[in-house]
Design a protein around this ligand. Structure first.
Ligand SMILES: Cc1cc2nc3c(=O)[nH]c(=O)nc-3n(C[C@H](O)[C@H](O)[C@H](O)COP(=O)(O)OP(=O)(O)OC[C@H]3O[C@@H](n4cnc5c(N)ncnc54)[C@H](O)[C@@H]3O)c2cc1C
Length: 370
């Protein structure tokens, strides 16, 4: 059988692409080694932050606006909560990359961001030398539920799913593609590649030196009412002298979730990477917790290992393949891509069915590495 399109990797970005393609009536199949919402790649750990005043680069803001809109639409179509508007506070030196970047993105794009005085968030402490900027229209996404929602609704719109099947390679010929899995050879007119931490295996011919970093997320019990969403704690992100740390308010029995965004150990193979606790990583997160969230237990209730796939400039690659225009890809989401997954799905669908997209993705093109 020949499909209109094959989506290779049904994780954060791939499940969204599958959904948009199926919704537009394409005869599409998604292939993944693991079931949607699995914990082997980069889209697990209960929560992901979404914020619009983007310090990483103001050009992301139009994509973020559409991403937020699409998450809300998905939530409505699924009829289950996926997004929680907790607000996000970002804290650091006034002239540091985070606070100045947030203010610049907000200024350029007319976003609502306010400064918060020290003591203004009772559950969270920060030094007098730092500035805190708060964005109300921001919050958290239930990461696994989002992936499952995209995949399930894609199926409801007619997509086929092949789960538990590894892709061993793909090739393009004429204006079609062929995908070889462990057990089948599939043909389609178009291909979407959304490989997460396996970008080097499936997109090695691009010549981009993807680096995979192992990252741990830790949860800590707390009885402090001000550590809950109802008690007023938003999601938080700190730029400190010893790195970038972030976290989420208590939303369930596991308590606060914290992690270090900077740093990370490079791994050769996500399959064989150690998933145990790294004592030094835990010690850094516990030191952050003790300094900024007084009253919480410093013994983790739970931890999970997850992977960042970094590009050399830490911005995503969203483009068509330079030698095979029938192949669209989203790779190297560099540790900040989940919030965009909804709009990346729409972009990949546009590139696949229309050959172009109205969304401003020029700054994410592959040719910037030429
Ligand atoms: C600890 C942590 C915290 C993060 N926090 C945030 C945050 O707060 N906000 C935010 O926006 N982003 C955050 N990110 C980043 C974000 O989660 C990732 O950028 C995003 O989820 C990556 O999505 P993906 O589709 O590229 O990869 P994945 O979701 O991992 O999907 C790739 C899929 O491809 C499949 N696959 C690959 N190769 C094959 C093959 N050969 N055969 C079959 N299947 C294959 C995999 O099984 C997988 O399902 C965080 C990441 C981590 C690790």
């Amino acid at each position: 059988m020949t499909y209109d399109c094959i989506v290779l990797g049904v994780g954060g970005a791939g499940s969204a692409a599958l959904y948009h393609l199926a919704r537009r009536g394409a005869n599409v199949v998604g292939i993944d080694r693991f079931a949607p919402g699995h914990d082997r790649g980069s889209s697990h750990g209960r929560t992901r932050m979404i914020r619009l005043a983007y310090f990483e680069h103001p050009d992301y803001v139009p994509l973020l606006r559409r991403a937020r809109e699409l998450w809300l639409e998905l939530e409505k179509e699924k009829g289950a909560p996926l997004y929680r508007e907790t607000g996000v506070v970002q804290i650091g030196a006034r002239d540091g990359m985070v606070v100045s970047g947030v203010l610049e993105a907000a200024r350029r794009h007319g976003l609502d961001v306010e400064e918060i005085e020290r003591g203004g968030l009772p559950g969270l402490a920060w030094p007098e030398s730092m500035t805190a900027v708060f964005e109300r229209q921001a919050g958290l996404l239930s990461v696994e539920e989002c992936v499952r929602a995209h995949a399930a609704l894609a199926q409801a719109h007619g997509a086929e799913l092949r789960i538990g099947e590894a892709v061993v390679g793909w090739s393009a010929d004429g204006d079609g593609v062929e995908v070889q899995t462990e057990s089948a050879r599939l043909r389609a007119q178009r291909l979407v590649v959304t490989p997460g931490a396996w970008a080097a295996d499936l997109l090695g011919d691009l010549g981009v030196p993807f680096r995979v970093l192992r990252k741990a997320q830790f949860w800590f019990a707390t009885e402090v009412e001000q550590h809950t969403v109802d008690g007023g704690l938003p999601c938080f992100y700190f730029e400190l002298d010893d790195g970038h740390f972030y976290g989420f308010p208590k939303i369930d029995e596991l308590g606060l979730k914290l992690a270090q965004h900077s740093g990370g150990t490079e791994v050769d193979d996500p399959f064989t990477a150690d998933r145990g606790i790294d004592a030094q990583e835990q010690a850094r997160v516990v030191a952050f917790l003790a300094a900024h969230l007084p009253g919480a237990s410093t013994t983790p209730t739970h931890h999970e290992v997850c992977f960042y796939t970094m590009t050399p400039d830490e911005h995503f690659i969203v483009d068509r393949h330079p030698r095979h225009p029938q192949v669209a890809l989203a790779a190297g989401l560099s540790g900040h891509g989940f919030k965009f997954a909804s709009v990346l799905g729409e972009v990949l669908c546009d590139l696949t069915l229309d050959g172009a997209t109205r969304h401003p993705i020029g700054f994410l093109c592959l040719s910037r590495f030429d």
